[in-house]
Design a protein around this ligand. Structure first.
Ligand SMILES: [Zn+2]
Length: 200
């Protein structure tokens, strides 16, 4: 990149967090992109993928009401909304809280693996990485795990007057999936990921 003050050509590299790159000649601030560590992202991706299945398949909410016990999973919750006739809302919930987070984590996992194993040198894997990077913006916009995390809290407050609400292992896994995905998206820097393609 060129310094915007003195036009000195400077090569760009990843920065540790809280550090800003300055022009060596005129000391103008050049960029302050967050650090995008490949190993850190790989660890977050593996954690997210481990939490994904239990978060979707184990009950996130358990209600005890007059002796009857009802449990629901994140996936069933979305289908229940569709069954009640609100199919647009149901599909939105299914995409935002079930499908998109899984695809997003899988996509970043594949991107990190391609870069880490040096497959980025191969023509085919370069194509795969380019395609995934182009879809990244859309995928991260569609991922909205927070809608479920908020709904757990709302249901805990609202339903606790009428019935006993319990949170189980599914709630824990779902909240952890939410947190890990949040940190992964914070660590992920699209511009920096594109630079791996230029370097190889
Ligand atoms: Zn300069």
């Amino acid at each position: 990149m060129l310094c915007r003050a003195c036009d000195l050509a400077v090569s760009k590299r990843a920065l540790p967090s809280g550090v800003r790159a300055l022009c060596p000649r005129c000391h103008t601030a050049l960029y302050d992109a967050p650090y995008c560590s490949i190993n850190g992202m790989l660890a977050l991706c593996i954690s997210a993928l481990l939490f994904y299945l239990p978060a979707m398949l184990l009950p996130v909410l358990e209600m005890h009401f007059l002796g009857s016990v009802r449990t629901t999973t994140a996936y069933q919750g979305a289908l229940a909304v569709i069954d009640q006739g609100y199919w647009i809302v149901g599909i939105a919930v299914l995409v935002a809280a079930v499908i998109a987070p899984g695809v997003l984590n899988l996509s970043i996992f594949v991107q990190v693996l391609i870069i880490k194993t040096g497959l980025v040198q191969h023509h085919f894997w370069r194509g795969v990485l380019t395609w995934l990077l182009k879809k990244q913006g859309l995928l991260s916009q569609m991922t909205m795990l927070e809608i479920y995390v908020i709904s757990f809290l709302v249901s805990a407050f609202q339903l606790s007057d009428f019935s006993d609400v319990y949170f189980g292992m599914g709630t824990f896994c779902f909240t952890m999936l939410f947190l890990v995905t949040l940190f992964l998206q914070r660590e992920y820097n699209l511009e920096h990921m594109w630079s791996f393609l230029d370097e190889s």
